[in-house]
Design a protein around this ligand. Structure first.
Ligand code: NOJ
Length: 581
């Protein structure tokens, strides 16, 4: 590793890749607005870090992470620069779907700690300037929920209609062809009352009937319980699946089979029905009645930008503040034209609302593997980080993304913990691979636990890929993330500027400007998506850029600190971020 001190600030260079973060250039740019009366709500520029509590930090030696473990690591999260953490479910649960099967919505599963621990977490996080967002699973409960126990007990129980019960088409034949997202029919026959109940996910996760106003009331009361405690908002699980076709018509069958060997279906009778927007508007009113800009984040896998806009509430903007945009992060190949199109759509077709970009979460192989080519993975991970953190967006990060944790799928069926992986084996190995314990250091259990066996195995990469090793290496992915996060906080154009695509016919290099309206200067971001060097001749006069040079703010090795805009040569998979004016 080489280190060199820059002309008027500091500069760091890597063996393979040089990182230059020029404080002088930063200093020339204005500071972003500090929170004040007219400041934008915090979530507009937020970096929300997803914590999967089972895998973050174990303080009891159980091999499973816990709330006190999250408290221990708040200093790390503050130093990284995130604004909020989203906790995947920590409510009491039989853990059939690792917490997404909730049996009591107003308590903490003893596996993770106590309500007193949670209250302590809220206070400690606040002291670290970090907000806490809860996962809210409104579409279904556990079959061990008292609500479902009552519902299944008799056809005349007052809670019968809280869930979706139907007669079959005949003995052993479900009411229609709807499928569970985890394989097989979405209907299970219950011998107690001899009817079928609907479950979009596992049979242990019966779907609630949102056409019954009592369900909305009960769920909104749950939301009030947590808002009263002081949580900053909710990540709404599987929320496009709240309503199903009231006529229970079959889904249209599409060609081919899915990973479970079931026919592919067009899911428009079980997903994204218009009724859901009425509930979202009511829920938004509820959270808006609390002080402090509480936020609603949606788990919204949507097919296009028009549907995305609808989840904000269209022109009224009275639904979610941040429905997740899965269209950019899940392009799944380094295709400059596709990224240009999708980022630009989010910039120009969302009525100015802030997109929430996501590359990684607990349900998908890590971006390291989805975008890496096996040879240039570290450089490609820097590109992903750059897209995430330099576009005009709020952002979700997933624990371990910042150190380059790799997907580590189970090797045998016996090792699989995820029910989806058990059902899908061997074609689909499930989601364990992206849920392995956080890699903190090179010690026992990667610093995650002291247990003889952790709930999922520690990946082999932990000796080199861990927070301790990467913190000490200025050239690490962790430090690349930290630089980007602090640049985005400190450079107004990156914080709140428009996103303007430039060099738009280039198939290999993705380039854009971030520019505040009315400002002569801007930040140019350029990324070479290929393994060949590429030279770009920028024409930026239309954007009001008259100077022919760019001054580096952060750049990969092989690039100089001042580049001629008419001849910018980007080494393979290189990133250049510079100031232009
Ligand atoms: C989406 C969650 O992210 C996933 O982990 C879960 O299995 C399903 N919803 C069902 O709740």
């Amino acid at each position: 590793m080489r280190c060199r001190v820059g002309r008027a600030g500091f500069a760091i260079s890597l063996v393979a890749v040089a990182v230059v973060f020029t404080l002088a250039a930063r200093g020339q740019m204005q500071q972003p607005a500090r929170p004040g009366k007219n400041a934008a709500p915090w979530w507009q520029h937020a970096i929300v870090y997803e914590v999967y509590p089972r895998s973050f930090q174990d303080t009891t030696g159980s091999g499973i992470g816990d709330i006190n473990g999250i408290i221990e690591r708040l200093g790390y999260l503050q130093d990284l620069g995130v604004n909020a953490i989203w906790l995947t479910p920590i409510y009491p649960s039989p853990q059939k779907d690792f917490g997404y099967d909730i049996s009591n919505y107003e308590a903490i599963d003893p596996m993770f700690g106590t309500m007193a621990d949670f209250d302590h977490l809220l206070a400690a996080a606040k002291a670290h300037h970090i907000r806490v967002i809860m996962d809210m699973v409104m579409a279904h409960t556990s079959d061990q929920s008292p609500w479902f126990k009552e519902s299944r007990s008799s056809r005349t129980n007052p809670k019968r209609d809280w869930y979706i019960w139907r007669d079959g088409k005949g003995p052993g034949i479900p009411p229609n062809n709807w499928e569970s997202d985890f394989g097989g029919s979405a209907w299970t026959f219950d011998p107690i009352t001899k009817q079928w109940y609907y479950h979009k996910f596992l049979a242990a996760q019966p779907s609630l009937n949102w056409r019954n106003p009592a369900v909305e009331k009960a769920m909104f009361d749950v939301c009030r319980f947590w808002l009263n405690k002081g949580v900053a908002g909710f990540r709404l699980d599987a929320v496009p699946e709240l309503f199903v076709d009231p006529k229970f018509r079959d889904e249209q069958v599409l060609p081919g089979l899915n990973v479970y060997g079931d026919p592919n279906l067009n899911q428009d009778r079980t997903e994204n029905l218009p009724e859901v927007h009425v509930v979202m508007r009511a829920l938004r009113k509820l959270v808006d009645s609390y002080p402090g800009h509480r936020v609603l984040i949606g788990e919204t896998y949507l097919p296009n930008i028009q549907d995305q806009l609808a989840w904000y509430g269209g022109a009224r903007h009275d639904e979610l503040q941040l429905p997740m945009d899965m269209q950019v992060g899940f392009i799944n190949k380094l295709d400059a034209a596709a990224f240009r199109e999708k980022i630009n759509q989010a910039e120009t077709q969302l009525d100015g609302y802030m997109p929430l970009f996501v590359f990684d979460n607990h349900d998908n192989p890590r971006s390291w593997n989805r975008y890496g080519d096996g040879k240039h993975d570290a450089a490609i991970a820097r590109i992903i980080a750059t897209i995430l953190l330099t576009t005009r967006s709020a952002d979700l990060m997933y624990y371990g993304q910042e150190i380059g944790m790799v997907t580590t799928p189970p090797k045998t069926l016996a090792q699989v913990r995820d029910p989806a992986g058990i059902r899908g084996w061997p074609k689909y190995k499930g989601r364990d691979g992206e849920r392995t314990p956080m890699q903190w250091n090179s010690g026992k259990d990667a610093g995650f636990s002291t247990a003889a066996t952790t709930w999922l195995p520690i990946p082999a990469s932990y000796k080199e890929v861990n927070v301790q090793v990467e913190s000490a290496n200025p050239d690490s992915l962790l430090n690349w993330y930290k630089h980007l996060i602090s640049m985005r906080r400190e450079i107004p154009a990156l914080y709140r500027g428009r996103n303007i695509m430039v060099d738009t016919s280039d198939p290999d290099v993705l380039s854009y400007l971030r520019q505040e309206p009315g400002q002569a200067s801007a930040v140019l971001v350029a990324m070479n998506f290929t393994q060949q060097a590429h030279t770009v001749a920028y024409q930026l006069q239309k954007e009001g850029i008259t100077s022919s040079v760019a001054t580096a703010l952060l750049e990969d090795q092989g690039m100089s600190k001042t580049v001629d805009l008419h001849h910018v040569t980007l080494p393979p998979f290189a990133v250049f971020i510079g100031k232009v004016q």
